[in-house]
Ligand binder design. Sequence first.
Ligand SMILES: NC(=O)c1ccc[n+]([C@@H]2O[C@H](COP(=O)([O-])OP(=O)(O)OC[C@H]3O[C@@H](n4cnc5c(N)ncnc54)[C@H](OP(=O)(O)O)[C@@H]3O)[C@@H](O)[C@H]2O)c1
Length: 259
Amino acid sequence: MEILLVGCGKMGGAMLRRWLDAMPARFTTVNRSGRALPPGTEHVAGHEALAGRRFDAIIIAVKPQQIPEVMPDYADLLADGGCYVSIAAGYSTGSLANLLNNAPVIRLMPNLPALIGRSVNGLFAGPACADLHRELADQLARTTGMAVWLDDEDELDRLTAVAGSGPGYVFEIARSYIAAAEALGFTAETARSLVLETMGGAIEMAARSDQDVAELRNSVMSKKGTTEAGINVLRRDGQLDDLLRDTTRAAYDRAVELR
Ligand SMILES: NC(=O)c1ccc[n+]([C@@H]2O[C@H](COP(=O)([O-])OP(=O)(O)OC[C@H]3O[C@@H](n4cnc5c(N)ncnc54)[C@H](OP(=O)(O)O)[C@@H]3O)[C@@H](O)[C@H]2O)c1
């Protein structure tokens, strides 16, 4: 199988590293800026170098705003029976099909822990897709993490707002937590290690537990103890709930704008 990857930046590059290890396919990558990319793939500078070639799948990994300018140049490179797989946020299967000769399009929404095989991948197949296309997209997803198929494209945009953008929220929360630890007097290095190990351990424990996370929170709070004192501030006036609801809503609204 011949697969073309258009856009090999942070997200496309992270996924490519996993695909090269696990997928029985040959990957060609468009590498406009000539950056160092993993061995085992053929790199070309642009679509001009691909004249006459055909690919069984073309993966769209440029920014959503770049799609209308970039992707029409790749509309004739899909083999008969092939499909496009887009990892771009928001840009709908309908809009992509309009640019790409009404070819089958699957949207695969990953997140950055694909780098360590822990991506949360949402998938949605456009109307022209066959089982073969779904199987390929499922394999592309599962070699980077978990796969969740959705029947409704709007749900994929909601998943984007929670999981696709989610690592960014987690990094920002961790940054703020580390700054708070530094303000209590720890060095930057110690603060980072205390916070990341605490977050990692607590999240791993919650993921392995059958208990609701609110129950787990209660289980670490004793009456008039230190955790209760901290949690009372964290939950003050429901500000944290409002903030996270507004955060995910803003990301969803942006995905809708990009359709
Ligand atoms: N980053 C995430 O956490 C994340 C999560 C889920 C989904 N996504 C989606 O993944 C896609 C890529 O995002 P990213 O974060 O990886 O962005 P990025 O690092 O900026 O990568 C974009 C890539 O597009 C390439 N590109 C731009 N114009 C091109 C052209 N004319 N021909 C060929 N390649 C071109 C760039 O190549 P040059 O560097 O050579 O210009 C770059 O490698 C986006 O659609 C985004 O919605 C990202």
